[in-house]
Design a binder for this molecule. Structure first.
Ligand code: ANZ
Ligand code: ZN
Length: 872
């Protein structure tokens, strides 16, 4: 029976078969050892309601790795859940009037079905959604444990304030500095917020990056930069106030942090941030300064902005006394100084720092060079700062010291003078976890007029998020108006009190879900002890956009959980694979207003010339010409997304899976192409035919004596097994593994099959191909497996082993040259001594003509390739 390949009938059938035996439920035997387990996790999705190709790729990668490890005999944990809190649910509520909870639930149902249709081997019994109280209660519990340990605090921090809608905006709701609904310029406001002390762990988060050799170096570098450790000196300048601008109470010692104490003798002014206490103290009597501070309030200064910012500032009239030279230098307020880095004040050395140079240049402040290149008399600072390390000059008594030596000497002298000392500064800030949003985990704190901030008692957890709420059209959090939620009694004194109405940053939920999966949603504890048999996650798969925040927060949480005795490892993710982007062609028409209207590739007809070059692209509906734009990341804005559901409907899940693994290595970007998908489909049809054509009975009487042609095919088979195994396990090069299997199928197709041995070798080739492809295209492979006479589930078969014997080549062809000219070819046994090959070559009549005994001056043998006789 050679039925046609019909994935639409076949795939659901196979999926039902898996479901019938609950094939993906993970049971961990009590005596299981850590080495026998494999935890494979793909970053859980936000349930936006539709699957995109990036998801399909991400989860196929994780699925292939999981199925492969299972065939290697590991106990595999491969869970899936939903990162279900977040802003889009609130937006949908505003737009369509559905509740965020109902919207989220519906999306989850739809996406779960799509995942099942793709045949992913998830253990659905461990499914979780972070918006469920069973989940977030443990987050609240954990937060309160951190509160007890002093790792949580509350302080004022800046938020985006929409003055028209009278509400706090999330960063995503600020578009070009304006509120997304009102269009009003956003203001910065300070309100009290909760923070987690991630800075307490900065040193360890940095150091243990070295324990992660199986992470991409790029990601580790990004984390290192984010943590930003700088070694330098914190020192004091005394402020003098010749014009009596300050009141008696003002602190007149000004602290700065510098990474370049070697440049200290080149300081020509000090610069402080607009929000620095000194500028605040001066502002009431200085209108110009007040204006300047106000201007600074509107610019959002990030580090990246500072480099390009037009440097501006204002002279305060105050002076600072240089701690070593005693010289007085002016103090300026400057827009390039960050208020929350270091001390919010900088000793400016315009000769050796570019920002300082630009500022000095603008305001005509002196530029004094004190560091020269090792091989020059002086530094040239006429066009810009000289920022390299070098040798000190104009810096008596430090002249002639190298920058490195001066770092030590000057910090030593400052310490002696009681003016400063060495200090390590981190760029990373504590993590503000408060969000003024509704759809998130309620922060479990109660405010009492008498007792202050009081934690919700453990027995009252979870603090449930009310589900029936009404949104007004500002989009502000309905919790803030919900008296039934807000009003409560103080757990300490019993008097009326009110609840915190902020919710947690949704990064909180994604920081520990991996540990929850390993705890099988245990209702009595956040993380079960046996979760440690799974942890750390052996393979984590996800997008590079999470290289900094998500991965850093999860690493932080893991260390917090470790220090609370919940997990026994130091790091959550042992090996990390960041999948590349999915790209596709773009098509557009120019609009009259200068904009572009983008069309989905599915609506475009393409005409090509004979060489396949595009002559014209047109919009199918009306035939109008469209412009072929560049290939870009699939996105809504470029309307170039491909709907995986459509592809599944056309080709089936296996083709989608095969194409996403074949088109590119997983960490590189993948260019979507219809012809590529077609090609993958064709290959599956061909494999189907090759197997269906085979009659297992024909091989039954085969002996194990192979002809050399059969040996060649067997060598190819086992070579393919070896390559595929290495490609998948060590290199994650699924594309080259698939290419090798395709090549093998070509070899099999060409095989002339007459004897039982021919059929046996052919069958060996088919069985190996089916086993090797099983993790990638599991549905078709299961059916083909059955055709090969098996009844068992393919997913529990052992991964094929290489027959080393089959790899041994019994004969190879050697090229024989005389004086570098090709004169013949001989067949030799590769295991023989080279002298035997040489003898065989000289015995060959076609060669003998060219060599005359006794005249061979030299014999060159390139093993496995050629023999060259040099004759005179
Ligand atoms: C004098 C100096 C001379 C500096 C020189 C650099 C080069 P990292 O490496 O990022 O830690 N700085 C300190 N606090 C600042 C703030 N709040 N806003 C803006 N800049 C600030 O950078 C530390 C250096 O950045 C410090 O060393 C200081 O400038 C500046 F040739 O001090 B330096
Ligand atoms: Zn109280």
């Amino acid at each position: 029976m050679t039925a046609h390949y019909n994935p639409h009938a076949l795939e659901p059938e196979i999926q039902n078969r898996w479901a019938d035996v609950d094939a993906f439920r993970t049971e961990l035997p009590a005596d299981a050892k850590v080495e026998d387990t494999f935890y494979c996790l793909s970053m859980f999705p936000y349930p936006s309601g539709y699957l995109h190709v990036g998801h399909a790729r991400n989860y196929t990668i994780g699925d292939v790795i999981s199925r492969f490890q299972r065939m290697l005999g590991k106990h595999v944990l491969h869970p899936m859940g939903w990162d279900a809190f977040g802003l889009p649910a609130e937006n949908a509520a505003l737009k369509n009037g559905v509740s965020p909870a109902a919207w989220t639930k519906e999306n989850i149902t739809y996406m779960r079905a799509q995942f099942k249709r793709l045949g992913f081997s998830f253990d659905w019994s461990r499914e979780l959604a972070t918006c469920h109280p069973d989940y977030y209660r443990w987050e609240q519990w954990f937060f309160l444990k951190l509160y007890e340990k002093g790792l949580v605090y509350r302080k004022n921090a800046v938020v985006n304030w929409d003055p028209v809608d009278q509400t706090v905006l999330a960063n995503e709701q600020v578009v070009d500095g304006k509120g997304w609904r009102s269009g009003a310029p956003v203001e910065r406001r300070e309100i009290p917020q909760w923070f987690l002390k991630i800075t307490d762990y900065a040193e360890e988060l940095l150091a243990s990056l070295d324990e992660l050799p199986e992470w991409p170096e790029q990601v580790r570098a990004m984390q290192r930069h984010w943590i930003g450790k700088s070694r330098g000196v914190a020192l004091q300048f005394d402020v003098i106030d010749p014009q009596h601008l300050l009141t008696e109470q003002t602190d007149t010692s000004l602290q700065v942090f510098t990474t370049r104490p070697d440049t200290l003798m080149g300081v020509t002014y000090l610069a402080i941030a607009a929000q620095h206490p000194l500028s605040t103290a001066l502002a009431p009597n200085n209108a110009a300064l007040r204006l300047f501070i106000e201007d600074c309030r509107h610019i959002r200064v990030s580090e990246a902005d500072i480099a390009t910012l037009d440097k501006a500032g204002i002279d305060t009239g105050l002076k600072a006394i240089h701690p070593l030279s005693g010289e007085a230098v002016p103090i300026w307020v400057a827009n390039f100084v960050l208020s929350d880095y270091g001390t919010g004040a900088v000793m400016s050395v315009p000769a050796h720092d570019q920002r300082d140079w630009e500022f000095a240049h603008t305001y005509g402040l002196p530029i004094k060079a004190v560091i020269r290149p090792t091989d020059a008399e002086a530094a040239d600072v006429s066009q810009g700062a000289f920022t390299d390390l070098g040798v000190l000059y104009h810096s008596a008594p430090y002249d002639g010291l190298t920058s490195e030596a001066a770092f030590e000497q000057i910090s030593h002298d400052l310490k002696q003078a009681n003016k400063g000392e060495q200090h390590t500064q981190f760029r990373i800030r504590d993590w503000s976890v408060s969000r003024q949003r509704y759809w998130g985990t309620p922060i479990p704190i109660i405010y009492c007029e008498t007792c202050g901030s009081v934690p919700v008692p453990e027995s009252d957890l979870p603090v449930q998020l009310p589900q029936s709420v009404t949104f007004d059209d500002t989009g502000s959090s309905p919790l803030k108006r919900l008296d039934a939620f807000i009003n409560t009694d103080c757990p300490q004194c019993g008097k009326p009190a009110h609840r915190e109405t902020d919710t947690f940053d949704t990064f909180m939920e994604s920081s520990w879900y991996y540990a929850r999966f390993a705890s099988n949603n245990n209702p009595h504890t956040m993380v079960t002890p046996d979760a440690n048999t799974w942890l750390p996650v052996d393979q984590y798969v996800g997008g590079i956009e999470h290289a900094v925040l998500h991965l850093l927060y999860a690493r932080f949480f893991h260390k917090l959980m470790r220090d609370l005795g919940l997990v026994s490892s130091n790091e959550p993710f042992k090996r990390l694979l960041c999948q590349g982007m999915v790209l596709a062609e773009t098509y557009y028409q120019d609009l009259e207003n200068g904009g572009k209207k983008y069309f989905n590739p599915a609506e475009i007809d393409i005409e090509r010339d004979q060489k396949g070059r595009i002559i014209r692209a047109s919009h199918r509906a009306d035939g109008s010409t469209v412009v072929c734009g560049p290939i870009e990341k699939m996105s809504k804005s470029k309307n170039n997304g491909v709907d995986p559901q459509q592809l599944i409907d056309t080709y089936g899940a296996d083709t989608v899976r095969l194409f996403s693994m074949f088109a590119a290595p997983p960490d590189q970007s993948l260019e979507w192409s219809d012809s590529g998908v077609e090609g993958s489909f064709r290959f599956l049809k061909k494999l189907w035919r090759l197997v269906m054509e085979h009659d297992p009975k024909a091989a039954q009487t085969a002996t194990k004596t192979w002809t050399s042609t059969q040996q060649d095919v067997r060598r190819k088979i086992h070579h393919t097994i070896a390559k595929t195994t290495d490609d998948i396990s060590r290199r994650y090069r699924f594309n080259t593994a698939i290419a090798a299997i395709m090549e093998l199928s070509n070899t099999l197709q060409k095989m002339v099959r007459t004897t039982p041995e021919d059929h046996a070798v052919y069958e060996e080739g088919l069985r190996s191909s089916v086993l090797l492809l099983a993790p990638i295209t599991p549905h078709i492979c299961q059916r083909l497996w059955e055709h090969l006479g098996e009844t068992s589930l393919l997913l529990d078969q052992a991964w094929p082993k290489v027959d080393e014997q089959a790899l041994v080549q019994s004969e190879i062809t050697l090229v024989v040259q005389v004086n570098g000219k090709l004169r013949g070819k001989i067949l030799v046994n590769p295991n023989d001594e080279q002298s035997v090959w040489v003898a065989a070559a000289t015995a060959e009549p076609s060669i003998q003509k060219f060599i005359h005994a006794g005249q061979i001056r030299k014999t060159i043998v390139v093993p496995g390739k050629l023999i060259n006789f040099v004759v005179t």
